[in-house]
Design a protein around this ligand. Structure first.
Ligand SMILES: Nc1ncnc2c1ncn2[C@@H]1O[C@H](COP(=O)(O)OP(=O)(O)OP(=O)(O)O)[C@@H](O)[C@H]1O
Length: 310
């Protein structure tokens, strides 16, 4: 896949605080690349450096759709973490103003704005002042403003925060559809379930450093991969003796068995001992949420499960 943006060896300090260390990744045409990490990890600092809002101490940011030169602002869409539109301006006026800043033809912008307002359940709001909108509605307008000019690279910093589940789904569908049409998307979000459903690849930062980078599937394979949840009264020692069980967590009669990586799930299930008490049994892949917690809290229990067998 064609690379749209390359971030190379970014370093950034604020006084004596090192916010980014050797941050390198790329974003490709038609993919959703998630940038993840706990609060204060360095996601927004990375994005602000990409957007030229601040400059790195060292490292480079290359926009391949602009021969690697300056930021091609008219080809980039950006939804910043800090929301804010001019309050006393009408919705359509602000959208057309934003499109004009990107040199996008006004008639086309108007047509697209009406289409998107309808899609985002804001039909008829074009002449309403921004200050009269709810927070979620304002966010939808700002999101529309970031995509109206058909950007090739779209950077979304926490697009889902403050949205109700219906609006989250609308955003999710639109972001996916933009990627399918070829937009390169860099998405920062704390909603792991949404990221898991949407992203193609992910880059996770902790304390300003890379901890994970790859496709969702590769990342899961690198960690514990599968877990088996058994509802039934079983002795921990019995469960620990089952082959390929790396770790057991128990809560009353529910046991979670984390399996070694590369385990073949159907074979593993077939070889479970007949003596096992099972009222209910589920075999799932571990979730991105679990990986995130494991990494962010420095437990590294899931990674050990992977490395034990590596
Ligand atoms: N302008 C600034 N001046 C000083 N320190 C800053 C500044 N901006 C960010 N930092 C520090 O840099 C680190 C990274 O912050 P950043 O906002 O990039 O984190 P984040 O991953 O986006 O966090 P969150 O999920 O909370 O939005 C933090 O320690 C933060 O305090």
């Amino acid at each position: 896949m064609e690379v749209m943006l390359t971030v190379q060896e970014l370093e950034k300090s604020f006084k004596d605080k090192k916010a980014l260390r050797n941050i390198s990744f790329d974003v490709r045409k038609g993919e959703i690349m998630a940038i993840l990490g706990p609060n204060g990890a360095g996601k927004s600092t990375t994005i602000r450096n990409i957007m030229g809002i601040m400059y790195p101490d060292s490292g480079s940011i290359i926009f391949h759709n602009n021969n690697g030169k300056e930021i091609p602002r008219h080809k980039i869409g950006y939804l910043p973490e800090e929301r804010g539109l001019y309050k006393n301006v009408k919705v359509m006026d602000i959208l057309l103003y934003l499109a004009d800043l990107k040199d996008y033809p006004i008639n086309k912008a108007k047509e697209r704005a009406l289409k998107y307002l309808k899609k985002f359940d804001l039909e008829g709001k074009e002449n309403v002042a921004v200050e009269e909108l709810s927070k979620g509605m304002g966010q939808k307008v700002q999101f529309i403003g970031s995509i109206l000019h058909e950007p090739e690279l779209l950077i979304l910093d926490e697009p889902f925060s403050g949205l109700d589940p219906v609006s989250q789904d609308l955003f999710k569908e639109e972001i996916r559809s933009l990627a399918n049409k070829g937009t390169a998307i860099l998405l920062s979000s704390h909603q792991m379930n949404l990221v898991e459903e949407m992203c193609d690849r992910l880059f996770m930062i902790q304390n300003g450093q890379k901890v994970i980078y790859g496709t969702l599937d590769d990342v899961k394979k690198e960690y514990a991969n599968f877990k088996c949840t058994i509802n039934g009264k079983n002795e921990r020692s019995t469960l620990e003796k089952i082959s390929h069980v790396h770790r057991v967590e128990q809560n009353n009669d529910v046991s979670v068995l984390y399996l070694d990586k590369d385990v073949q799930p159907t074979t593993w299930i077939k070889n479970l001992p007949d003596s096992l008490v099972v009222k209910e049994l589920k075999l799932n892949r571990i979730t991105l949420h679990e990986i995130f917690i494991d990494v962010a809290t420095d437990k590294n229990l899931l990674r050990e499960a992977g490395e034990a067998n590596a």
